[in-house]
Design a protein around this ligand. Structure first.
Ligand code: UDX
Length: 493
């Protein structure tokens, strides 16, 4: 691939199979596009529900159809159409998918799927690590399989350390335990990790918590794959990647994948289109319709004057939290562009005060072209839930952050933002209006603002270098492609 040589015409055919959430589809679809541009035939397997949503965005179907050797397939997720499919339904989604998907996936591996369109057989799978059945079926069929983990490597590593956290008494959390107590057994993070920074599932008081059992299953599974692909980068997470390398067969940190896709597009001469009126941003993978009016609103704002607020695709917000956030933003005195998904507010719609007051200082969008927004010169701060994709996108754009993490890996990622990369402020567990106001002011123009801005610019530069030919992500991609091709010659995992 580095030499530009295509493997077209060869029998390599990779099936890419994400967990059915936006935060998983986005990086795995980008990997599918990267592999297809690199000469590998790819089938991307979505659920019917998400497939329809993805293709309903103008321009997305045409872009994906233009990727050589990329075909899209979908299967049912086992849920009724009116199921909201949000974070609160995660257990239900996993159970329904575990019950519905395995025979259809097995069929795709054995015969190319129900439509038998003449594609050569699948020779290798890259499956989301959350899909436990994917590795069982691939092993049964003798098809080599790699895992893709969409979380940061540091949270993957913290999940890996759960047995140690239990052994050393950090978990389960006891009533009144000190959340600021340092945690020593997540090697590589000893100097800055506190109990409160562990992924939210670790906050359980029940030693037999089903979420913890699920995570431990995933950890045990991770040795069954040919390797684990991370949407992460050596420069950002080397302190944990070195420990992970001792536990799994191979690691492939190839992030930020949206940057790698751009680099591969340029190196192969396939440059994306779109970005005009009503057209989604060039490499959009959005399941929601992007509101492009916010770009015009940004155009009218001075450089680094706007706070962009987004909590990703699944985080729910209570009305109280929403009001604290609203008042904090208004009191900070800055203009803000705020994504409020239609399904985001759990106990009612947008409160009257927000609806009435937004014209003055803010722009509310149901869904924004986030990568473009972050790249807009008017954006001076990213108030984020510290989802891993959002964090990488913020890093790539060089925008300092205020981190209000909610669940799972977001709690450890926000600590890395504030203490390791020093590109933002972490307000976990303390997010009232006064804290929001103070943190926004700190990032926008406080004492440490210039330092954070310089660190963010520097990490953005490093990220861009890492995806170019010869950079660490690019080299890891080349190694992944070599290993995928090699795996076809050996069916013994
Ligand atoms: C979740 C987790 O938070 C994440 O850490 C995990 O690894 C994957 O699943 P999510 O909570 O949705 O994902 O957040 P994030 O990982 O940040 O992904 C959200 C994606 O939606 C980002 O790529 C972001 O650019 C996109 N987005 C969000 C938009 O395109 N427009 C919006 O308005 C909001």
């Amino acid at each position: 691939m580095g030499s530009g040589q295509k493997t077209w015409g060869t029998p390599h055919h990779v099936l890419i199979f994400p967990f059915p959430f936006q935060g998983h589809i986005t990086p795995m679809l980008k990997l599918a596009e990267v592999l297809s541009l690199s000469g590998i035939r790819v089938t991307f397997l979505n659920t019917h529900h998400n497939h329809r949503r993805l293709l309903s965005s103008p321009g997305v179907g045409a872009r994906l159809a233009s990727r050589p050797g990329l075909r899209l397939r979908s299967i049912p997720d086992g849920l009724p159409e009116d199921n909201p499919r949000g974070l609160t339904e995660a257990t239900e989604i996993i159970a329904a998918f575990d019950a519905t998907a395995p025979p259809l996936y097995r069929d795709l591996l054995s015969s190319g799927g129900a439509d038998h369109d003449g594609a050569p057989p699948v020779t290798c799978v890259v499956a989301d690590g959350l899909l436990r059945f994917a590795v069982d079926v691939a092993e049964e069929m003798g098809v080599p399989i790699f895992a893709f983990r969409t979380c940061s490597s540091s949270s993957f590593w913290a999940f890996h350390c759960i047995p140690k956290l239990i052994e050393t008494g950090v978990m389960p959390f006891q009533d009144g335990c000190d959340l600021d107590e340092p945690v020593a057994c997540v090697l590589g993070t000893e100097s800055f990790l506190r109990r409160r920074d562990l992924p939210s599932f670790c906050r359980t008081k029940d030693s037999d918590d089903p979420n913890i059992r699920f995570l431990m299953d995933l950890t045990e599974n991770s040795t069954r794959y040919r390797g684990v692909v991370f949407n992460s980068a050596e420069f950002a997470e080397s302190i944990v990647l070195s420990h992970i390398r001792g536990k799994v067969r191979s690691t492939y940190p190839i992030g930020p994948l949206h940057g790698l896709l751009q680099a591969v597009e340029h190196s192969t001469g396939a440059v994306g289109d779109g970005g005009g009126d009503g057209i989604p941003s060039s490499d959009s993978t959005s399941l929601w319709q992007e509101d492009r009016a916010c770009m015009e609103w940004l155009d009218a704002r001075p450089t680094a004057s706007v706070v962009y607020v987004s909590f990703g695709s699944v985080v729910p917000l209570g009305k109280e939290q929403l009001l604290e956030l609203w008042h904090g933003l208004v009191n900070s005195g800055y203009h803000f562009l705020w994504v409020v998904r239609p399904d985001m507010i759990v106990d009612g719609g947008v409160p009257a005060v927000v609806a009435a007051g937004r014209e003055e200082r803010g722009f509310l969008a149901e869904w924004a072209p986030q990568q473009e927004v972050l790249g807009h010169p008017a954006v001076g701060c990213f108030l984020t839930h510290s989802g891993w994709n959002s964090t990488l996108e913020g890093m790539w754009a060089g925008v300092p952050m205020v981190c209000w993490p909610f669940v799972s890996d977001q709690l450890i990622t926000s600590r890395f933002v504030s203490e390791v990369w020093r590109i933002g402020v972490d307000i976990k567990d303390t997010c009232d209006r006064a804290v929001v106001e103070k943190a926004v002011r700190e990032v926008m123009a406080g004492e440490r603002s210039a330092q954070m801005r310089a660190a963010a610019a520097s990490i953005s530069k490093t990220a861009r270098e890492s995806v170019e030919v010869g950079g660490s992500a690019f080299k890891n991609l080349e190694r992944l492609i070599r290993d995928i091709i090699k795996s076809i010659n050996s069916s013994t995992p």
